[in-house]
Design a protein around this ligand. Structure first.
Ligand code: ME8
Length: 513
C-alpha cells in the first residue's frame, strides 16, 4: 500500500498582490510535495487564498470594487503566481467557496456541541493588519502616540459582543503535545517561543465579530461572522471534504506538515491544535515555519516601494535559478536577505560552474568520443566505486533531511557529490585518455553519467524544469526518473540526444556592453 502525504502552504490574504515572500513558502512546500511523490507516496498538496476579514473588506473598498469581485481578481493572481513558480498543487482552496464555508460552520458546530464555545463580550486591543487580538501587556506606545502590537501593527480598542473559544482550558494539553511530540513545531527556536507563550497562560479567544459582515456567518447567529483565523485554519480540512468523515480525501488527515511563515506560527501551533482537540479531530504531525526575507537589507513594504514580484525575478534569472537560490541561500527556517549580488553569485558558481559545466563536459565527451551512445558499466577502479557509492547514498540522505524539512541541508549533500564529480573528472582526465586508453575513457564517462543521473533525479523537486532537461540529455526516460528506478541501470548503447547548456552564466547588462 502506498502511504499518503499531505502538505499545505498558508492560504494567502487577498488584500494585496502576491510577492516573493508568498512564493518562497509555496516553493518550499512544493519541494516537499515533489520529493514525496518521487519517493512513491500518494501526495496531496494544498494551497489557496484567505478571502475573509475586515482587512480584505477594506482593501476592496479602497480599490473601489465589490468585495467578491476584488477577491476573485486577487485570488486569480495568486494562482497565476503559483503556476509561474512551478508550484505543483493538487487543489486550490478559496475561503469564499461553498465547500469551505460549510466546513468552517461544521467545525464551529462541533466545537460548540462539545462545550468549548460561549457567548460573551470582547473588549480589548485589535490589530487589523495582523487580524489579531493583543493583551494590554503586549501593547507599546510609539513616540508619535500611536499604540502598536509587538509586530509593529497599530492597534485599536474594540468592544463588541463576541463568541469565545475556551482556549484557556487547553493549556496543559498543548504543553503535553509539545513535550511528547517535539517534531510538532519546527525549527527548534520556534518551538521554544511557542512553549513560553503558552506557559505564560492562555486567555480565551474571541472568535466572532459583529462590526463587519465579510466573513462566514456563525451558525444560528447571523449577526456574527467568524473570526478570520477560525475560518482560515479550517481550510486544511475543507479541501478534504470535511465534515464528511468518509470523504475519500479525509484519508489524508492528519496533515504531515503545514508549512508557514514564522509570523503565523502561533495561530498554527497554538490555536489550530486547540480547535482540533476541541472538535475531537486528530492533530497535524508538524508545523514548520520558514524565516523572513528582507530585500537588499530592508524590510519589504509597500511604503518603501520594494515589494518584489517573483515573476520579475524569474523573467530576469529563470525559474529554477530562483527556486534554487531561495532554498540554498539560508538554512531553511532562518532569515535572509535577497539581493542581486548573492543571486548572481549562486547562479554563476553553483549552477553554471559546478553543475552546468559538469554536465556539459561529460555529455559533450560522450557525444564526440562515444558516438553519442551510453558506454557500458564496467567493474571499475576504487576511485570509480567510491564516487558511485557516494552518489547512491543521496536518495536516502535526502529522505532523512527532507523528512525533517532540512531543505537546504539536502541541497548541500547534493553539492558535495557534484564537487566530488568535478574532482573525479579532473583527476581521471577522460579527454587525455581518448587516444591512450579509449576503453578507460568510456568507463570514466559512464561513471560520471551514472552519478549525474542520481544528481538529476534527486534535484527534480528543487529544479523540476532544468532537471527534466538534464535527465532527457542523459537519456533517462520519463518512467525512469523516480527513486525506485535508480536501482535499474540504463542499458549500454542507449542513444543520447545532443547536449545543450543547462545554466547560462549570468552577465550583468553593463558588463556585456
Ligand atoms: O498570514 N519572508 O496570509 P499572508 C518570508 N492569511 N515569508 C513571507 C514573507 C517574507 N518577507 N512575507 C510573507 C496570512 N511570507 C494568513 C494565513 S493560513 C490558515 C492563513 C509568507 O498573505 C509566509 O509564509 O499575510 C507568511 O506566513 C505568509 O506569507 C503570510 O501570508
Amino acid at each position: 500500500m502506498t502511504s499518503r502525504y499531505y502538505v499545505t502552504t498558508p492560504i494567502y490574504y487577498v488584500n494585496g498582490a502576491p510577492h516573493i515572500g508568498h512564493a518562497y513558502t509555496s516553493i518550499a512546500a512544493d519541494v516537499i510535495a515533489r520529493f514525496q511523490r518521487l519517493d512513491g507516496k500518494e501526495v496531496l498538496f494544498l494551497t489557496g487564498t484567505d478571502e475573509h476579514g475586515q482587512k480584505v473588506e477594506q482593501a476592496a473598498q479602497a480599490a473601489g470594487t465589490g468585495t467578491q469581485e476584488f477577491t476573485d481578481r486577487i485570488s486569480a493572481d495568486f494562482r497565476a503566481m503559483a503556476d509561474a513558480m512551478g508550484i505543483s498543487y493538487d487543489d486550490y482552496i478559496r475561503t469564499t467557496e461553498p465547500r469551505h464555508k460549510q466546513a468552517a460552520q461544521a467545525l464551529w458546530r462541533k466545537v460548540q456541541e462539545n462545550g468549548h464555545i460561549y457567548l460573551g463580550a470582547y473588549e480589548g486591543w485589535y490589530a487589523l493588519r495582523d487580524e489579531s487580538f493583543y493583551g494590554e501587556d503586549e501593547i507599546v506606545t510609539r513616540a508619535d502616540g500611536v499604540k502598536v502590537a509587538p509586530t509593529g501593527a497599530p492597534v485599536e480598542w474594540v468592544r463588541e459582543p463576541s463568541y469565545f473559544f475556551k482556549l484557556s482550558a487547553f493549556e496543559d494539553k498543548l504543553l503535553e503535545l509539545y513535550e511528547q511530540h517535539p517534531e510538532f513545531i519546527g525549527p527548534a527556536g520556534r518551538r521554544s517561543e511557542v512553549v513560553s507563550f503558552v506557559k505564560q497562560g492562555l486567555r480565551d479567544l474571541s472568535i466572532s465579530r459583529t462590526s463587519f459582515k465579510w466573513g462566514v456567518p456563525v451558525p444560528n447567529d447571523p449577526d456574527h461572522v467568524m473570526y478570520v483565523w477560525f475560518d482560515a485554519l479550517t481550510n486544511y480540512l475543507s479541501a478534504l471534504g470535511y465534515p464528511d468523515l468518509d470523504a475519500p480525501k479525509m484519508a489524508f488527515w492528519p496533515a504531515n506538515v503545514h508549512v508557514v511563515g514564522k509570523d503565523i506560527i502561533r495561530f498554527h501551533a497554538v490555536f489550530w491544535p486547540a480547535f482540533l482537540m476541541a472538535a475531537g479531530l486528530e492533530l497535524p504531525r508538524s508545523v514548520f515555519a520558514n524565516g523572513w526575507w528582507t530585500i537588499e537589507g530592508e524590510k519589504m513594504s509597500k511604503s518603501i516601494g520594494n515589494v518584489v514580484d517573483p515573476r520579475e525575478l524569474v523573467s530576469e534569472f529563470g525559474l529554477d535559478p530562483i527556486r534554487f537560490f531561495l532554498l540554498r541561500e539560508v538554512p531553511f527556517g532562518g532569515d535572509s536577505d535577497l539581493n542581486r549580488r548573492s543571486i548572481i553569485n549562486r547562479l554563476n558558481i553553483e549552477l553554471a560552474n559546478d553543475l552546468g559545466n559538469l554536465a556539459q563536459r561529460t555529455l559533450t565527451q560522450i557525444a564526440r568520443n562515444c558516438g553519442g551512445a551510453l558506454p557500458a558499466r564496467v567493474e571499475g577502479t576504487e576511485d570509480d566505486q567510491a564516487l558511485l557509492a557516494q552518489a547512491s547514498l543521496l536518495p536516502n540522505l535526502l529522505r532523512g533531511q527532507i523528512g525533517r524539512f532540512a531543505l537546504t541541508d539536502g541541497l548541500e549533500e547534493v553539492w558535495k557529490v557534484i564537487r566530488a564529480c568535478n574532482s573525479y573528472i579532473d583527476r581521471q582526465a577522460p579527454w587525455a585518455l581518448r587516444k591512450t586508453d579509449p576503453e578507460r575513457m568510456a568507463a570514466v564517462l559512464r561513471v560520471l553519467h551514472d552519478a549525474m543521473r542520481v544528481i538529476g533525479t534527486v534535484l527534480q523537486p528543487y529544479m523540476p524544469g532544468t532537471m527534466d532537461k538534464l535527465l532527457t540529455q542523459l537519456g533517462v526516460e520519463t518512467g525512469e526518473r523516480d527513486f525506485a528506478a535508480l536501482d535499474r541501470p540504463l542499458p549500454a548503447g542507449r542513444a543520447l540526444p545532443a547536449p545543450q547548456g543547462l545554466f547560462p552564466r549570468y552577465v550583468e547588462p553593463e558588463e556585456k556592453a
